[in-house]
Design a binder for this molecule. Sequence first.
Ligand code: CMC
Length: 429
Amino acid sequence: MSETAILKYDGQEIELPVVTGSENEKAIDIGKLRGGSGLITIDPGFKNTGSTQSAITFLDGEKGVLRYRGYPIEQLAENASFSEVAFLLIYGELPNSAQLEDWNTKLSMHTLVHEDIKNFFLGYPSKSHPMGQLVSIVSSLSTFYPESLETNRSKEENDLTMIRLLAKFPTIVSWIFKKINGHPIVYPNNSLDYVSNFMNMTFGHRTESNNEVDPILADAMNKLLILHADHEQNCSTSTVKIVGSSHANLYASISAGISALWGPLHGGANQAVLEMLENIKNDGGNTQKWLDKAKDKEDPFRLMGFGHRVYKNFDPRATIIKKAADQVLDKLGVNDPVLEIAKQLEEAALNDDYFKARKLFPNVDFYSGIIYRAMGFPVEMFTVLFALGRLPGWIAQWKEMLEQRTPIGRPRQVYTGSNERQYVDVNAR
Ligand code: CMC
């Protein structure tokens, strides 16, 4: 028998259906609430609001579980390739070998970016943030593919746009990296797999004919990208979907998601973590002093890379990344003092009553920056790498949203401003 919830208000009872997910998650469907009662709900930050039913990613924040299409993140990070995970997220099933070959071929056929995009780099100030560049270049792809602006496109046309974006994104990211270093760009080498090609365009040199991608770095990058690939209805994904719900094109929708990711409370935290660790190191390495700062309500400082809206026990991605950070630094022979500071800070925070009471644990961003830095990325590139990883998730969620014929995203509000008043001429005010 289907469950319902009863809302009592103003002498009336309104019966609202309860929706149950495949992992037994429950939600009250308030679709008939306003019509039946005149009430709306209010929930700043959507802490209690489910915006959708989705079959893509399952997350149990209490138990620290994360699964893409049912597959545990630990298994995917250990065994899968990033392009395989992208297929899984977007189309719902792991590809068989023929499908995977076809998918990888399609992804490598579209890696080239229009040469005119290079002109963009002449316009950016030399110290401009790579995320600002990424937002504008991705949005500008729509100007090179005007057919992507049309609504009611066929499945094949939509697929082509998704593939184009997935294929070109690593090229764009590597060009941004090269340009901030002042080095010549490296064109795609389509005989390489998705991640190796990205690493080659990023760390390879046009002047050397026998560029070899370091398998340790390619493996670590593959893992990092998989760990970031989707995270259900987070801030940037919700942004992609809200923008997409107006039927704005994919490039515009993803570009909006990149903007949302940039903030230090979201993907921008990976840059903020490294800057924080550097500050602690330069300040003498007194982790307790910084913990106290984070606890002081008069001080705006927060422990970056700690806390999560949904995870209240541990972030499974952080567990994998911490292990990977040790391995990568070890294999590369890098001795980064901030790794030690990060571990001390984590240890101290996990034993601190403030952090324990609020269930604040290291999140995905706490250790990822240490790996990126060991690979040779400057801190400003960290969030760009998060975006590269998150791209398949954004695309999958955008596609699902359109397939569900989701109405335009348009929340309501409770107005708290002035009541009606009369205009007064400027001289009489
Ligand atoms: N340092 C110190 N105190 C914190 C922190 C922190 N990092 N995070 C939360 N708190 C406190 C907060 O002050 C509040 O305390 P009180 O109840 O006394 O007012 C309590 O914990 C709950 O915090 P909240 O801000 O209500 O929690 P939220 O769910 O709205 O925010 C968060 C989640 C991730 C934005 C927040 O924990 C935060 O700002 N963390 C630091 C930034 C960060 O690492 N972001 C990356 C998130 S993971 C990657 C991603 O998916 O984006």
